[in-house]
Design a protein around this ligand. Sequence first.
Ligand SMILES: N[C@@H](CCC(=O)N[C@@H](CS)C(=O)NCC(=O)O)C(=O)O
Length: 302
Amino acid sequence: MSVQEVEGGRFVRQANRFTDRITADGSSGYPAEPGRYRLFVSYACPWAQRTLIVRRLLGLEDAISVAVVDPIRDERGWRFPDRDPVTGAVFLSELYLARDPSFQGRYTVPCVWDTETGRLVTNDFPNITTTFETEFTALHRPGAPDLYPEALRPRIDELNDLVYRTVNNGVYKAGFATSQDAYEEAFDALFATLDQLEERLSTSRYLFGDDVTEADVRLYPTLARFDAVYHGHFKCNLRRIADYPNLWGYARDLYSIPAFGETTNFDHIKRHYYVTQRNINPSGVVPKGPAIDWTAPHDRNR
Ligand SMILES: N[C@@H](CCC(=O)N[C@@H](CS)C(=O)NCC(=O)O)C(=O)O
């Protein structure tokens, strides 16, 4: 986290720098072809987990390869536990600087690399999942869900916007605030939205009825990290997710789906936030708890 990202005590996320698009018809210069693209992720990163969930739900594992970075990051940015066998990179920065030697921003995950041209295509995280959903349809597994149904898109986009501002990014705004006002503003907005979602999930299994959509994919990674990290480390401690009957049941319901559960790595999540973010946790000590049972039965399929 660089200092420039806190303005007047408020956390401001950097704009995504590379925004080329992969398209089904190849009109963008990046056709959606099997085996061509490599997705770079951290299991710790909520924005990256979205892309892993969607890749798995849609059965794109063979079409799009994945490289996972080490959860601990220093001032050189993300690095691979071993040299990435496809690109030969040791640090993620090498991919960014290959694309633009003058790049001065943060080297972020998730990002997508084109093995054909040897170029970084995009680090524009909101568009990576929707690209998998809408441009890779020819490569989806038979019977893959429609995570972004055309008729629901305006409503999904509207909810995603609120969830992004107040929940997904809201926890960061609370955690990285360096003024009391900025922290409390983010805190209040976060819990107001969680209360609203708790109510919504009292009558609906998922955010848009009985089928998982892009809205659930975006909310889940924040819920998965909440009690283990955001509640303490980011001071989002009015309530835990485990204190909300519907949100907690919903989170466990999603966790029981392999695309969600098997992409949730609590070890990487905890070590990344507590060890890497020394501005908030100078000792780097990682808490042992909390004891929460993600596999406890839920009654969401009632
Ligand atoms: N691309 C977005 C979101 C992705 C993002 O923030 N990823 C984090 C991990 S959760 C990251 O890679 N940070 C690298 C760094 O701060 O050096 C951004 O630039 O803010």
